[in-house]
Design a protein around this ligand. Structure first.
Ligand SMILES: Cc1ncc(COP(=O)(O)OP(=O)(O)O)c(N)n1
Ligand SMILES: Cc1ncsc1CCOP(=O)(O)O
Ligand SMILES: [Mg+2]
Length: 208
């Protein structure tokens, strides 16, 4: 299986956003370094999630980028995505692994070493770790863990750690130094005036 991309772009499906336009800007820049996570609002229908995921899988294919589906693993299976991502309110990691099969990419959310080890033991192939910094994209999150929290998790597991939450190109170096393999972003690309340039800046920070 190819190695996991280091830049995870999470679709921004809030009102007024255009996740496919953002994706079309990011893909030629990041190509196979990009993982696109299809994440829809909680009140979106499965049909809406499926239609978006299908378009994302098609868009990613020519670039060798991979698509993961957040939460809705039946959608991941239906569109033949590379895998999915689950957190505390979703299927347990072991159940998610049974749904997706042994070869799929399976991400799990973790904030501390104990939960991280448990997720890996249950079948996670990478961890989404955060929130690292304050974010306006998702509400109700616990206190940010910062690079020190990322370091604690990265030191406890041997799967890639993807730092999430308020990540920008400026904060990538400290997260990488703390052991993050890559980062997941919504606002840093979706909210940028020039999403292609923002993608290039994030990639530059990830690969230097
Ligand atoms: C890479 C990555 N890390 C963490 C999350 C958060 O997942 P979860 O805790 O299940 O919250 P929702 O995204 O489902 O609201 C993620 N999606 N991706
Ligand atoms: C889904 C999610 N889980 C933890 S932070 C977050 C949102 C990240 O968005 P942003 O990159 O805009 O802070
Ligand atoms: Mg979730």
């Amino acid at each position: 299986m190819p190695s996991l991309g280091r830049l995870h772009l999470i679709t921004d499906t809030r009102p007024g956003r255009d996740p496919l336009a953002v994706l079309r800007a990011a893909l030629p820049v990041a190509r196979a370094d990009l993982v696109v996570q299809v994440r829809v609002e909680d009140d979106a229908t499965d049909r809406e999630a499926y239609e978006l995921a299908r378009l994302v899988v098609d868009a990613c294919r020519p670039y060798g980028a991979r698509c993961l589906v957040n939460d809705r693993l039946h959608v991941a299976v239906a569109v033949v995505a590379a895998g999915g991502h689950v957190g505390a309110d979703d299927l347990p990691v072991a159940a998610a692994r049974r749904v997706l099969g042994p070869d799929a990419v399976l991400g799990a959310t973790a904030r501390e070493p104990g939960g991280a080890r448990a997720a890996v033991a249950a079948g996670a192939s990478y961890l989404g770790v955060g929130p690292c910094h304050a974010t306006t994209t998702k509400s109700g999150l616990p206190t940010p863990i910062g690079p020190a929290g990322v370091r604690a998790v990265a030191g406890a597991v041997d799967v890639p750690v993807i730092a999430i939450g308020g990540v920008t190109a400026a904060t990538v170096p400290a997260l990488r130094a703390a052991g993050a393999y890559g980062v997941a972003v919504v606002g840093a690309v979706s909210g940028a005036a020039d999403p292609a340039r923002a993608t290039a800046e994030l990639l530059g920070a990830l690969t230097c």
